[in-house]
Design a protein around this ligand. Structure first.
Ligand SMILES: Nc1ncnc2c1ncn2[C@@H]1O[C@H](COP(=O)(O)OP(=O)(O)O)[C@@H](O)[C@H]1O
Ligand SMILES: [Mg+2]
Length: 277
């Protein structure tokens, strides 16, 4: 399974293993993740030993070796695994989870069925967060949930953590509380900056931007929020949005290269004001 963090890879593997093995789970599963030693010795020793171990399972069921965060295994360790995977395939199945599939060596990839996980959609996260709030009896405003979804960027773990922090800090999930906890440039401010740019009101845009910059956010934080707000803006027409995103992208690149000054961001404002819309 490969895909970005917080999209349910580890959870899926465990759920699958539990469903398949039931009570035998404890005996028939070997889980190793990035915090365990997984060098070549472990592969030769523990994994091989487990593969050879006799466990009585119902017919058609296999032992499972779970290698979480497999992209952090060295390629030697992966090399050592390929023979084991083949040799014991009649009794043992391997489940690997990773973020970046290219870090898994080709021979292993060709022995696996690859499932790609993508970032969760905003609707999926919203539904889940509501369920959690209701189950935990937490008060929330719909805008509060939207704010968490906005900060989570498709990562369910991030969403749940931010929900937890907001509830610990303020016990009520409102937009204001979420942004206090997550401490990001406020999307509503960024939205009004973009609005000013659409109206070609450069000075208003720069005033608001200055306010954000002075409250201590780095150019990285600000430009990131610009991108996300612009992308999720439903009021802009598509052509204008694409043109905006393009300019934001260029400035993002320059900031990533180290040029994160206020002037850089102000330049972006000027560019955006110049665009036809
Ligand atoms: N699709 C999903 N629906 C509901 N909850 C999810 C989903 N994906 C992940 N989660 C929750 O997010 C958290 C992190 O999931 P995890 O499986 O550890 O992610 P990964 O291993 O992909 O980084 C867990 O609490 C899990 O229950
Ligand atoms: Mg995981």
């Amino acid at each position: 399974l490969c895909g970005p963090p917080g999209t349910g890879k580890t959870t899926s593997i465990h759920a699958l293993a539990r469903t398949m093995l039931g009570d035998a789970y404890k005996e028939a599963v070997l889980e190793l993740n990035a915090s365990d030693a997984r060098g070549i010795d472990t592969v030769r020793g523990r994994i091989k030993m487990f593969a050879q171990k006799k466990v009585t399972l119902p017919p058609g069921k296999h032992k499972i070796v779970i290698l979480d965060e497999a992209d952090s295994m060295t390629s030697q360790a992966q090399q050592a695994m390929r023979r084991t995977m083949e040799l014991y395939s009649s009794t043992t199945r391997f489940a690997l989870a990773c973020n970046i599939s290219t870090k898994i060596i080709e021979p292993i990839q060709s022995r696996c069925a690859i499932l790609r996980y993508s970032r969760l959609s905003d609707e999926e996260i919203t539904t889940r967060l509501r369920q959690v709030c209701e189950a935990e009896d937490v008060g929330y405003a719909p805008e509060g949930i939207d704010a968490i979804v906005f900060t989570a960027e498709g990562d369910m773990r991030h969403a749940l953590n931010n929900l937890q922090s907001t509830v610990s800090g303020f016990s009520y999930v409102s937009q204001e509380n979420v942004f206090k906890v997550c401490d990001q440039p406020h999307p509503v401010t960024v939205q009004s900056i973009l609005g000013s740019c659409s109206k070609k009101d450069l000075y208003a845009a720069i005033d608001l931007l200055q306010g954000l910059y002075d409250s201590g956010y780095s150019a990285q934080d600000i430009i990131g929020t610009f991108f996300r707000v612009c992308r999720s803006d439903s009021t802009m027409n598509e052509d204008v949005k694409l043109a905006f995103v393009r300019e934001i992208g260029f400035v993002h690149m320059r900031i990533a290269e180290g040029m994160g000054s206020l002037l850089q961001l102000e330049g972006l404002m000027a560019k955006l004001c110049q665009l036809e819309n």
